[in-house]
Design a protein around this ligand. Structure first.
Ligand code: PLP
Length: 391
């Protein structure tokens, strides 16, 4: 027996472990602390009432013989939810058909599992800094990874580089960790590049609900993307589903290699390794996309956006270089006075009692940067920014 030796090539997950250790040590030494945690990417507001009602109703159905549901007839999701998600895309002018939607238990699983349908010999392009799942899942299967440098010069929005052949391209917009958002022109350049390279774009749209008018919320708003892209959506940040677990993958039938549809392989993969999202969760997710659900979740999104605005204003007031915050729940900024990420992290923790996430935990280009999240409490966000501005 041999274990998968590729696992030895994974970086130890130092980032959040180290943060937790430092925070625990600080709180133990300062029991009266007033820590404000802006490091986590988890949401804090509860589910919308319409979602909770839908869960109650679904739970009642599960408790009666006549309406009980066992295994879902299709691991790709109940038609009511696939239709609701297709309708959601339609609401912002993107054509997605219900049968192109594959419901899953979150974008993390789908983004991680999609690699099953691709050959291990493919070369992978990921931005640096990056959401670590893209890197780790490809290291686990031994693929070659090349990096697209995101930095201050390109606004943390790397663009295609000619002469670097790649097969699979990861894009995330709005981006975690940088909060940067591609515009239509930039995404068109990526789609054209992918078509020319015969590459596929894996587009992580987990934060699309934060995108304001005039910027793309879906890669499928770009002509040609249907032939070269797969999109991942999530209800985690959109509707507070981090603990519920529901997301979706969209694959168009036009995405084919040698007459084989990528969608067929994904369906086959899911059919073999996944038994679908629970009925109760799918009914809850359906409620998110109802008119009342949309109205209610918009209140929560607006709350987080107001937090982001407070953070952006603080960056402006302090004259710090930043990105994100406008169409994203993350603000990514350059640490003041040339401080390194960890140095500034320690300063924020010790002097300001604020917990951030050091940028270099997301890749070498994150060195000297910090990520703050807008998913916290409004009053605490205001207080944290006041503390920062006090110098
Ligand atoms: N994609 C990105 C870029 C994320 O930042 C996250 C969560 O933080 C996810 C996906 C995970 O989403 P889900 O909760 O749907 O698995």
């Amino acid at each position: 027996m041999k274990l998968n030796a590729n696992f030895q090539n994974l970086e130890q997950s130092y980032l959040f472990v180290t943060i937790a250790k430092k925070v625990n040590a600080y709180t133990a030494a300062h029991p009266e602390n007033q820590l404000i945690r802006m490091g986590i990417g988890d949401v804090t507001l509860p589910l919308a009432p319409v979602v909770v009602d839908a869960m109650h109703r679904a739970a009642d159905e599960m408790g009666k013989k006549e309406t009980f549901r066992g295994y879902s007839p299709d691991s790709s999701g109940y038609p009511f939810l696939r239709e609701a998600i297709a309708g959601y895309y339609g609401s912002f002018g993107v054509d997605v058909q219900p049968e192109e939607v594959y419901v899953g238990d979150g974008a993390k699983s789908d983004v991680g599992n999609i690699v099953d349908i691709f050959d291990n010999a493919n070369t992978i392009l990921v931005p640096d800094p990056v959401y670590p799942v893209y890197v780790d899942t490809n290291i686990m299967s031994g693929r070659k990874i090349v990096y697209a440098d995101a930095n201050k010069e390109n606004g943390f929005l790397p663009m295609p580089q000619k002469g670097h052949p790649v097969d699979i391209i990861y894009l995330c917009s709005p981006n975690n960790p940088t909060g940067a958002v591609y515009n239509k022109e930039q995404l068109t350049a990526w789609v054209d590049y992918a078509l020319e390279q015969k590459a596929v774009i894996l587009f992580d749209a987990a934060y699309e609900c934060f995108v304001g008018p005039g910027l793309p919320r879906s890669i499928f708003s770009i002509p040609g993307a249907e032939k070269c892209a797969i999109e991942f959506g999530s209800l985690s940040k959109t509707a507070g589903f981090t603990g519920m677990r529901c997301g979706y993958t969209v694959i168009k039938p036009q995405l084919q290699v040698d007459g084989v549809q990528a969608a067929q392989l994904w369906e086959r993969r899911q059919g073999s390794k996944f038994n679908g999202v629970s009925y109760v969760t799918q009914r809850a997710a359906e409620a998110v996309f109802s008119p009342e659900g949309q109205r209610q979740i918009q209140e929560n999104i607006a709350y987080y956006k107001r937090n982001a605005q407070v953070m952006v204003q603080a960056m402006k007031d302090m004259g710090l270089w930043y990105t994100g915050g406008e169409n994203s729940p993350y603000v990514w900024f350059q640490c003041p006075n040339g401080m390194g990420s960890w140095e500034y992290f320690d300063y924020l923790l010790g002097e300001k009692e604020i917990v951030g996430t050091p940028g270099e935990g997301f890749g070498k280009n994150g060195a000297g940067c910090m990520r703050l999240s807008a998913f916290g409490d409004a009053e605490k966000t205001v207080e944290a920014m006041e503390r920062l501005k006090r110098g």
